[in-house]
Design a protein around this ligand. Structure first.
Ligand SMILES: Nc1ncnc2c1ncn2[C@@H]1O[C@H](COP(=O)(O)OP(=O)(O)OP(=O)(O)O)[C@@H](O)[C@H]1O
Length: 382
């Protein structure tokens, strides 16, 4: 098959082009060459996170690569057929490379294998400009499962943060049921039941010293909780989130706090609202430079905008859905408030490498509806 050239500088011009192109190349057995890799970034070329993702996909299809080195701006990826049988893979980025973004490369491939895959990944679990692990676990995976029929799971052995990394997770993926196809999805009606199911997941590390000096402390008794400064800080975040959401009549909000020992101060907050067919998430990763009010404002503002607009997914989830919509067996429809450059880039790559066609139309309720006729990709078992 002739090699298809992908211009890595188009639209977002970042790492997503590589992850999606390599995954689709592997599934469709289409050799590709990506040029101008991450030309839209101040530090172009491949970085450890991209190299780790390429490595995993390459292992799954016994691919042949050229240019898969640090800072390389051209990558050739020539796949063989998707190997079958249990995958048991390991990748160690030796940096804080985002594990959730490695998952973005490997998940679309692993679901089409005929057996379960187990992949151990080392790197960053919660790093900026990538989905925090709690977002992957509480927003993306439940949505993938409920709507596309994807079954996967993650076990976090240890969290890892910028700049040292050191996170360690075990990721398992099961083959698709539904006759080996991905189900098409329809997420066009958020319904009215979001408010009853809002959850917040606050993760925070605990150092020996107080986490943040000079931050406003909330009044009120925390005495029934373990008296750790980190826990108190997380507790304060939770109280402020509830207060903020209550102002918009979202009264039933359940907050969970998880504390882990670490020698760096780090945390994430994830909010999730689930209705019968829609998921809205919002997340932030913070360190000691972020104030309590900044954290709360950041995570709540976009969340509230999506809820009030009756969007069916948030913008970060949206770009993750594109590859699955392109591969699904039939027509998918998703209503979304915001179409980001990441989403447009994912559509551009999916259309270049598959025969799927996407349409975006504005709806009367001022949302965007993305419609895609999926190609009905199915694994071929020899
Ligand atoms: N706070 C967040 N919550 C959930 N997802 C996020 C968040 N921030 C970023 N993402 C997702 O992370 C991905 C980032 O893609 P991007 O191409 O920018 O990544 P990258 O490989 O780090 O590339 P680069 O270094 O070139 O920016 C996108 O899918 C985006 O939706």
């Amino acid at each position: 098959m002739a090699v298809k050239e992908i211009d890595g500088s188009k639209l977002e011009g970042g790492g997503q082009v590589i992850r999606l192109s390599v995954a689709l190349s592997c599934l469709l057995e289409q050799p590709i060459q990506i040029i101008k890799i991450r030309a839209g970034r101040s530090n172009p070329g491949l970085k450890p996170q991209h190299i780790a993702g390429i490595y995993l996909v390459k292992e799954m299809c016994k691919g042949v690569t050229r240019g898969d080195q640090q800072n390389s701006c051209v990558l050739s990826f020539e796949p063989q057929s998707l190997s079958m049988g249990n995958f048991n893979l390991n990748v160690d980025s030796r940096t804080a490379a985002s594990i959730s973004l490695m998952i973005q490369s490997v998940l679309p491939v692993a679901i089409f294998s005929n057996c379960s895959s187990t992949i151990t990944m080392k790197g960053g679990t919660d790093v900026r400009f990538a989905p925090p692990m709690d977002y992957v676990i509480n927003v993306l995976f439940p949505l993938y499962h409920k709507l596309f029929g994807i079954s996967c799971d993650i076990h976090i052995n240890k969290r890892g943060f910028y700049p040292r990394g050191g996170g360690d997770v075990k990721f398992t993926v099961n083959p698709l049921n539904y006759n080996g196809y991905l189900k098409p999805i329809e997420m066009i009606d958020s319904g009215s039941s979001f408010e009853s199911t809002i959850r917040g997941i606050i993760f925070i590390t605990e150092k020996d010293t107080a986490p943040v000096v000079g931050q406003p402390r909330l009044r009120g008794s925390h005495s029934k909780f373990p008296p750790t400064p980190s826990f108190e800080f997380a507790y304060d975040i939770g109280v402020l989130i509830k207060k903020k959401l209550r102002q918009f009549s979202y009264n039933d909000v359940k907050i969970e706090i998880n504390v882990e020992k670490s020698n760096v101060f780090h945390g994430s907050v994830v909010l999730v609202a689930e209705s019968e067919k829609c998921f809205i998430g919002s997340s932030i990763i913070y360190d000691e430079r972020k104030s309590l009010t900044d954290i709360v404002m950041n995570v709540c503002d976009k969340f509230l905008m999506d809820l009030m607009a009756k969007s069916c997914v948030d913008e970060n989830t949206m770009d993750n859905l594109i590859i699955f919509m392109a591969l699904a067996n039939g027509k998918s429809k998703v209503k979304c408030r915001e179409i980001t450059l990441h989403t447009k880039t994912a559509i551009h790559i999916a259309e270049q490498l598959t025969n799927a066609k996407f349409q975006i139309k504005q709806t009367e309720d001022r949302l965007n509806e993305i419609v895609c006729e999926g190609i009905g990709f199915k694994r071929h078992i020899i």
